[in-house]
Design a protein around this ligand. Structure first.
Ligand code: TRH
Length: 374
């Protein structure tokens, strides 16, 4: 089984984050030979420091990672071709697909959404001008979708770290983190957010301690404005009951382990959002803002699904915080409501992860789709 995955980095790290994770999993668990075509290798090098941003072709975790240059060099198309997030394949490559004796399966891997129309569109074909069919493959949160990326050993590795206090301490220490024993450990990965200052003030003035870990990124400007001075990597800034620590951007696997260690994870976009769900810990999602506010519907659809089984008070608290965070205001009162339901929200995060883990993972679902199509 040979696969070509095409990734155009639109912005940030989600496009490469998803495709790099998928490529590795297809190789490691499905016995596939995968070529990953990436137009911006520097983005890959941020989440995978072993990557050489200047190399045309390199082998990383047994994935052949190729630079998708503007001038396309002819190659033989693979058996399965994934166009990630409608990135539009090179015209010459599509022509070569059409010329293949045995047809290739052409899939467009779509963005993740919990909206109800996804199930109806998942797996639908669309006829292309050259007679080829392209299928729409939707990740999602139900049996009628393509599922979520989840490596086979992921949850067991998470459980091992979460149940071993020593391993957790050692892992955190390897990142230069030594929280107070009773501090709430929070990771923060978000877009620019004007709600941050109000929330940090509330945390600083609280009775209980919080240790906030912030991988370098777009939220840094808001954080430094609130702090009133530049933050140095690794350094811990103390304000009342709140400690804030800036971390270097880390490898994907390390970031996973960080999510497992935290009591609350603020995540964004698509891939970190999914990884925080697998952590089985409470999360707050900063959704990728879309034109004409289209992201709100997506946010509401996910909350409706996620909140099933929560008491009405806990559901209200979660909705309050998620809406405040995404609206960029009102985090202090919302956070007070959250704290009253913190235990229930923590237990629910585990229930949610278990509920999602019964579905086939995205890589397995793709392989199954290919087998059914053959
Ligand atoms: O970076 P994101 O905001 O990415 C995206 C893109 O903007 C994309 O265009 C958009 O459509 C999509 O969001 C919805 O968020 P995301 O998806 O969470 O990707 C971040 C990746 O970076 C993810 O794979 C986790 C990884 N990561 C690390 O490897 N190390 C780190 O330290 C951190 C904080 C993240």
């Amino acid at each position: 089984m040979r696969w070509d995955i095409f990734c155009r980095v639109v912005d940030n790290y989600g496009d490469i984050g998803v495709t790099w994770r998928l490529a590795r999993q297809l190789v490691a668990e499905q016995g596939a030979a995968v070529r990953l075509w990436v137009d911006d290798l520097a983005a890959l090098a941020r989440i995978c420091p072993q990557a050489d941003a200047d190399s045309d072709c390199q082998l990383l975790s047994s994935v052949e990672v190729c630079h998708w240059a503007q001038a396309w060099q002819a190659v033989e198309p693979a058996d399965v071709v994934i166009e990630a997030f409608a990135c539009e394949l090179p015209a010459e490559y599509v022509a070569a697909m059409a010329a293949r004796k045995a047809p290739a399966l052409w899939l467009n891997l779509e963005y993740l959404s919990a909206e109800s129309w996804v199930e109806g569109c998942h797996g639908l074909p669309s006829m292309q001008g050259n007679g080829l069919q392209k299928f729409f493959f939707f990740p999602g949160f139900s049996a009628g979708t393509g599922g979520l990326l989840r490596e086979s050993g992921l949850l067991a590795a998470r459980d091992r770290l979460q149940s071993d206090a020593r391993a957790r301490t050692d892992f955190l220490a390897s990142l230069g983190i030594s929280p107070l024993t009773d501090a709430r450990l929070v990771s923060l990965f978000a877009y620019e957010n004007s709600a941050l200052a109000g929330w940090l003030d509330a945390l600083a003035g609280a009775d209980t301690t919080t240790h906030m870990l912030v991988p370098e990124g777009r939220i840094l400007g808001d954080l430094q404005r609130w702090a009133g001075s530049p933050l140095m990597l690794g350094e811990v800034m103390q304000r009342g009951a709140l400690s804030v620590q800036l971390l270097p951007f880390m490898q994907q696997d390390q970031y996973d382990a960080l999510l497992w260690c935290c009591d609350l994870n603020l995540v964004r976009g698509e891939d970190s959002f999914v990884r925080a769900q697998w952590a089985g810990r409470p999360l707050v999602w900063h959704i990728y803002p879309q034109q004409e506010e289209a992201h709100w519907e997506k946010l509401e659809a996910f909350m409706a699904l996620y909140c099933r089984g929560l008491s009405s008070e806990a559901e209200a608290a979660l909705r309050l915080v998620w809406r405040a965070w995404n609206a960029g205001e009102g985090m202090a009162p919302a956070w007070a409501a959250w704290l009253e339901r913190a235990d229930e929200l923590a237990a629910h995060a585990q229930v949610w992860a278990r509920r999602q883990a019964v579905y086939a993972d995205l890589a397995a679902a793709l392989v199954q789709f290919y087998r059914n199509w053959l």
